[in-house]
Design a protein around this ligand. Structure first.
Ligand code: NAG
Ligand code: NAG
Ligand code: NAG
Length: 357
């Protein structure tokens, strides 16, 4: 078999396989009333969700392609900013999908797009200049452009009607917004936003853009959305020097989340037949933090790895080859800004119990 034949056979196999998959998914959807199964998942977000998109950016400070990141992940470091699985991995498992490839791995290594793609990028925000001090990252708008490319790829492989059915039954997961505060508004030395807007105006600005982006994703044929609250930046982030929850900062994110919630409600009433779900992830994390002991966590005020992040916010990460804590399941925070796999597992269960997706 020469290369072209091999390629054609592979493509045919893929198309055939995708078709079978879609049939199976439709049957499953019919069987359980459409409540739990999705054909695929498309993921947008920041460092809590990035599964490796930043790792090909040579100069990026917001990447985790080295040990001890990934030390508890089969296959080692992938770019996930965690010792093991991140929240979206557990959610994929819960809805019966495999772990999703990151968009960069689809491009670089030709990984399969059949079950969806993860476009999230550490450091990214809703505004395009958010996080620029980390080096190259992928803002929300560019993440959506990447989805557009995936959809074109699907259209190249399938009939139009099949593609639209496939997309209609896919889940869109969005978790973004915290960096617009941490790595934009609250860095007045580097960003103009706090000079231009008060907190109310800034939240309005973010929310209007957010809504516009959700509608762009919808315009590509997606119908089911799981929209997460922006994460509680006051908890365990670089702004607080010890990992306490800073109520002032959390209140700021709440201004954003309150607006997000009403946007999701509006979308729901404006688009019957679509599913827009608001996931109170910030409140759930706060409750996990408050009741950490009850969930088996012994340490919540210190990161398992590092914990002495640069106070200027350029590198809230665990450094290469740092020896982390041995009892990782007892820590809520892996590094100074990101939960451990153990915490992500519980958060996913809490989310599932609250929203049932
Ligand atoms: C909370 O964060 C704000 C803004 O960075 C800061 O001014 C304040 O001192 C912090 N409060 C605590 C208790 O750390
Ligand atoms: C910010 O932190 C980085 C990493 O810790 C350090 O290299 C840099 O010099 C710091 N910059 C300032 C202005 O403190
Ligand atoms: C989720 O709900 C199930 C069933 O009610 C319960 O057993 C489980 O403990 C809940 N998970 C969490 C993390 O609260």
């Amino acid at each position: 078999m020469d290369e072209t034949q091999y390629y054609n056979t592979t493509m045919m196999f893929k198309v055939e396989y995708l078709w079978i998959l879609m049939m199976a998914a439709s049957l499953a959807l019919e069987a359980n009333g459409g409540a739990t199964k999705y054909t695929a998942m498309y993921v947008f977000g920041d460092s809590l969700t990035d599964a490796g998109n930043n790792k090909y950016f040579i100069d990026s400070l917001a990447k985790a392609d080295y040990l001890p990141y990934g030390m508890d992940f089969s296959g080692g470091p992938t770019g996930r900013i965690c010792n093991g699985k991140i929240l979206v991995d557990f959610i994929a498992e819960m809805v019966g999908l495999p772990l999703l490839p990151s968009y960069a791995d689809v491009i670089a290594k030709g990984e399969s797009i059949l079950f969806g793609v993860n476009y999230a990028s550490a450091g990214a925000g809703i505004l395009s200049d958010t996080g620029y001090r980390f080096g190259r990252i992928i803002p929300f708008e560019e993440q959506i452009n990447n989805l557009r490319e995936t959809v074109d790829q699907l259209i190249g492989q399938l009939h139009g009607n099949e593609v639209s059915k496939y997309l209609e039954n896919a889940l869109v997961f969005v978790d973004i917004g915290a960096n617009d505060y941490l790595n934009n508004y609250f860095q007045a030395e580097y960003y103009p936003s706090s000079h231009l807007y008060n907190l109310e105006q800034f939240a309005d600005l973010l929310i209007n853009l957010y809504r516009k982006h959700i509608l762009e994703i919808q315009g590509l044929g997606l119908r089911k959305f799981l929209i997460l609250e922006a994460s509680p930046i006051g908890c365990g982030h670089l702004r607080s020097h010890n990992l306490k929850c800073n109520a002032t900062l959390n209140h700021v994110v709440e201004m954003f989340n309150t607006r997000l919630k009403s946007v999701v409600h509006d979308l729901r009433s404006n688009y019957p037949g679509y599913a827009f779900t608001y996931a109170p992830s910030s409140k759930l994390f706060q409750s996990l933090f408050d009741n950490a002991e009850a969930y088996g966590f012994k340490v919540k005020d210190k990161a398992c790895c590092g914990g002495s992040a640069g106070s200027n916010g350029t590198k809230p990460m665990c450094f290469r080859n740092t020896v982390p804590c041995p009892n990782r399941n007892e820590y809520l925070f892996w590094d100074s800004a990101h939960p451990t796999e153990a915490a992500n597992r519980i958060l996913a269960a809490l989310l599932h119990n609250t929203t049932s997706f």
